[in-house]
Design a protein around this ligand. Structure first.
Ligand SMILES: *[C@@H]1O[C@H](CO)[C@@H](O)[C@H](O)[C@H]1NC(C)=O
Ligand SMILES: *[C@@H]1O[C@H](CO)[C@@H](O)[C@H](O)[C@H]1NC(C)=O
Ligand SMILES: *[C@@H]1O[C@H](CO)[C@@H](O)[C@H](O)[C@H]1NC(C)=O
Length: 299
């Protein structure tokens, strides 16, 4: 059987610290991406919200417009910085996520949590708008309602890196919904990538568990890329960006500080794992449905 990952691939996850100055943050991200490329990475991931502070009240101010695509420099400095950077570093670049404003939308909210992926040519390969919005309101305790300011995306993002194979991209809270991961894996993804920013409670409890759970369920590689923790910021991210292999072993995990993780994903590892625990031949779609027969993708 052909390997889902056609040849071994060095993946880099960049756990950046991000703050209030967009231009500074973009140039800092550039330095880190170029360093990772120099170390041999061919697929580089930036964290959620890498170019703006994290929090619903900032989305409007920091939002950029991406449509019609490609946007002008003025509409989206982040789009152009990422595209140029992918080309300069000669890597596939998953640009974390940015707040996106859709001027053409009929909905009055018009803001999305969006992740852009570029090819080494600088060409835009995929746009993922976060599908599951995070709303929580426990009186007297915590209120964080993304749906007050954001709209959800409506599709699963699966993309083909011609030399390597297919990867899926989703954002943060999306990782809690196993269907999305399972559909992408059954459609042939070798890697599920989640730029995300869990907090100190859910990070300690669920971050590694969810990465390993999605890897166990689907027997694929999983990468989580968080911003570094900044205790002076309003939102304290867990950090701990990590890569988990198809057998659910954590290959490497950062701590909470800024850092870069580079891991080689091995061709053949998925097939070896699936031989050992043959879920793929033993599912009972006569007893329960195959969720991958549904699923909405970009045309
Ligand atoms: C982003 O900009 C702020 C303000 O200039 C700075 O404090 C922060 O360290 C920057 N983050 C990165 C990743 O450079
Ligand atoms: C995207 O979603 C997360 C929650 O999962 C939210 O907290 C974050 O600030 C959003 N980021 C952007 C850039 O919109
Ligand atoms: C993190 O988020 C969870 C649930 O979303 C919330 O219950 C908890 O209080 C938050 N923790 C911190 C440290 O903000």
């Amino acid at each position: 059987m052909a390997s889902l990952l056609k040849q071994s691939l060095k993946l880099a996850l960049i756990q950046l610290a991000s703050g209030a100055d967009k231009a500074h943050n973009l140039s800092h991200a550039r330095t880190k991406v170029l360093e990772a490329a120099k170390a041999g990475a061919k697929l580089v991931v930036l964290p959620e919200c890498f170019n703006s502070p994290y929090g619903t009240k900032y989305f409007d101010k920091y939002a950029e417009t991406l449509l019609p695509s490609p946007p002008s420099e003025e509409q989206s400095p982040s789009f152009h910085a990422l595209s140029k950077l992918a080309k300069e570093a000669n890597v596939y670049l998953v640009g974390g996520s940015i707040p996106e404003r859709d001027e053409g939308s009929k909905d009055d909210k018009k803001l999305y949590n969006t992740s852009l992926t570029f090819a080494p040519s600088g060409e835009l390969l995929a746009t993922h708008r976060k599908v599951h919005l995070f709303d929580i309101d426990i009186p007297g305790k915590i209120k964080f309602k993304e749906s007050e300011v954001l709209s959800p995306g409506n599709k699963i993002t699966l993309l083909d890196l011609p030399e390597y194979g297919k990867i899926a991209i989703a954002i943060c809270y999306d990782i809690r919904f196993p269907e999305l991961a399972t559909i992408a894996a059954r459609k042939g993804a070798f890697l599920l990538l989640y730029p995300g920013a869990f907090n100190l409670t859910t990070g300690a409890l669920h971050w590694e568990l969810l990465a390993r759970a999605r890897a166990t369920d689907n027997q694929v590689y999983v990468g989580l890329c968080s911003p570094a923790r900044a205790m002076k910021a309003e939102y304290n991210a867990w950090g701990h960006s990590m890569v988990v292999d198809p057998n659910a072993a954590v290959l490497e995990q950062l701590d909470e500080k800024e850092g870069t993780l580079i891991q080689e994903l091995q061709a053949g590892k998925i097939e070896e794992t699936r031989k050992g625990v043959p879920l793929y031949g033993q599912r009972r779609f006569d007893v329960y449905p195959d969720v991958s027969r549904g699923g909405k993708f970009e045309e």
